[in-house]
Ligand binder design. Structure first.
Ligand code: NAD
Length: 474
């Protein structure tokens, strides 16, 4: 008997003996979708990441790059699975746009090349300022860009020599943990250590709090809403806080109005308005407001009537006395889904991408960060008033503002007064992520703590290395 036949007979006998049906066997032998680097409790996850960091710290830069190259490759290969998984799990966003986000991060997130050494040489010798790892980073990730944030964070953190413990958003645990699984698979295949990124199977606020307090965590990197960023900043640890935004877009008299409409719709509808950088409200100077609305409608916007706006308010927000909060069932939904929720059925051939309405600067749907393709339009008498309203709507997050204008003085003034981490001019908001704009990609924009778009160098600490009197050979 051939060896293969023999093995097959033995296997079949064992199966019979164990009384395991073929279906059961297939179920058992399927790899769990997220197994590498996922631990049932947070303490074990941290211990494993701490162990792995000792190995990562000794890896050559070339090996770190080899692992990163494989993470990039796996991100591209799995972009479809990760995107479909996130939409199915969270009920939010657009799978095709999520695919594009994964491809973007795979190709434009900086790796080891981002880490530079500074040198001073002179009569007294040579001093180097090198960038070293923090060690083990604790990272909180959002449900809006779940696997994108996990993958993008890991590339930068690993490039800098760190390992990372994730506490993913509970609503996006499967997709986030599948990304962690792929990262460890990529490391294993590239000859790297296990557990370069880890996570827990049941993340909660409590497991997040363990990260905030654990002595083995040297840095916190928090991507999410205001509550979690504030909690991290109170932890007593060094924290990088990438918090909420509510980016307004200002269109003035000098803008290319037709192009502004195209760009605004593209930016505000990308992944159903989930990105923190996406246009969340429009301010238009009175002179061009009607023209802008005309082109917005031409580009797939539905202009809601006042009674429809009322219905939207009651649907997308939950009201409890004086308090309002987002109806999570509406976040990240498409414009047609939102219209259906208020009983408006549109002709499918119209292809509605975004809902627009006119309101004042205090309108609740303009003030709140909705993360839905709903854009309120506020009229401003002139550009000075437009800038004032834009700054007010940004609400001091110091995150993002956008503007369409050909007047450099107007652009400069908004930039100075808003003082945000991101200011996109004459392009869709996603140009800020390096999507159709120059520059690298990041899904963690440290608006609260001022690092701006984070990359590998953000996850390093500075070390000064001094040689007295020698090695200056000028
Ligand atoms: P979220 O704040 O609801 O959740 C983020 C994570 O924090 C989750 O894991 C959650 O369980 C945890 N969390 C919340 N409160 C906590 C606390 N007090 N202690 C410990 N953990 C806590 O955010 P989300 O809904 O997933 O994402 C949307 C928000 O994040 C928006 O406000 C958006 O603007 C912002 N965001 C910012 C960036 C950026 O780069 N600046 C990127 C993406 C999202």
């Amino acid at each position: 008997m051939q060896q293969a036949d023999l093995i097959s007979r033995i296997v079949s006998d064992v199966i019979k003996e164990l009384n395991v049906s073929q279906t059961q066997l297939e179920t058992v032998s399927q790899p769990h979708p997220a197994e590498y680097g996922i631990f049932p409790n947070m303490e074990t996850a941290i211990a494993q990441a701490a162990h792995a960091q000792k190995q990562v710290a000794r890896l050559s830069m070339a090996t770190r790059e080899k692992i990163i190259a494989n993470i990039r490759k796996k991100t591209i290969e799995n972009a479809g699975i990760l995107s479909d998984m996130a939409v199915a799990e969270t009920g939010m966003g657009n799978a095709d746009h999520k695919r594009a986000k994964h491809k973007l991060l795979a190709t434009k997130t900086p790796g080891t090349e981002d880490i530079n050494t500074l040198a001073f040489s002179g009569d007294s010798g040579l001093t180097l300022v090198e960038r070293g790892p923090f060690g083990v980073i604790g990272a909180i990730t959002p449900c809006t860009n779940p696997s994108e944030t996990v993958l993008c964070n890991t590339i930068g953190m690993l490039a800098a020599g760190n390992t990372v413990v994730f506490n993913p958003h509970p609503a996006a645990v499967r997709s986030s943990n599948y990304a962690v699984h792929l990262i460890n698979q990529a490391s294993f295949e590239a000859g790297g250590p296990d557990n370069i990124a880890v996570s827990t199977s049941h993340p909660t606020q409590e497991t997040g709090n363990i990260l905030f307090k654990h002595t083995d965590i040297q840095l916190l990197v928090v991507t999410g809403g205001p509550g979690v960023v504030t909690a991290a900043l109170k932890s007593g640890k060094r924290a990088i806080g990438a918090g909420a935004g509510n980016p307004p877009v200002l269109v003035d008299d000098t803008a290319d109005i037709k192009q502004a409409a195209v760009d605004i719709v593209a930016g505000a509808t990308f992944d159903n308005n989930l990105p923190c950088i996406a246009e969340k409200g429009i301010i238009a100077t009175t002179k061009i407001a009607d023209e802008l609305i005309h082109y917005l409608k031409q580009n797939g916007c539905y202009l809601a009537k006042p009674h429809e706006v009322e219905k939207l308010c009651m649907t997308v927000l939950e009201h409890n006395g004086n308090q309002v909060r987002l109806n999570r069932n509406c976040v990240g939904k498409s414009a047609t889904e939102l219209l259906k929720m208020i009983n408006i059925t549109t002709n499918t051939s119209d292809e509605i991408k975004c809902i627009i309405f006119e309101g004042d600067e205090d309108h609740i749907l303009i003030r709140e960060e909705l993360m839905m393709p709903i854009l309120g339009i506020v009229r401003a008498t002139d550009v000075a008033e437009g800038i004032r309203i834009a700054v007010k709507l940004e609400q001091g997050h110091r995150h993002s503002v956008h503007m369409h204008s050909k007047n450099v003085d107007n652009l400069t003034r908004l930039g100075q007064e808003a003082d945000t981490a991101i200011f996109v001019k004459n392009a869709p908001s996603y140009a800020a992520l390096g999507f159709g704009g120059e520059g690298f990609c990041s899904f963690t924009i440290a608006s609260r703590t001022g690092e701006g778009l984070t990359s590998a160098r953000t996850f390093t600490k500075s070390r000064r290395c001094v040689m007295g009197d020698s090695l200056c050979i000028r």
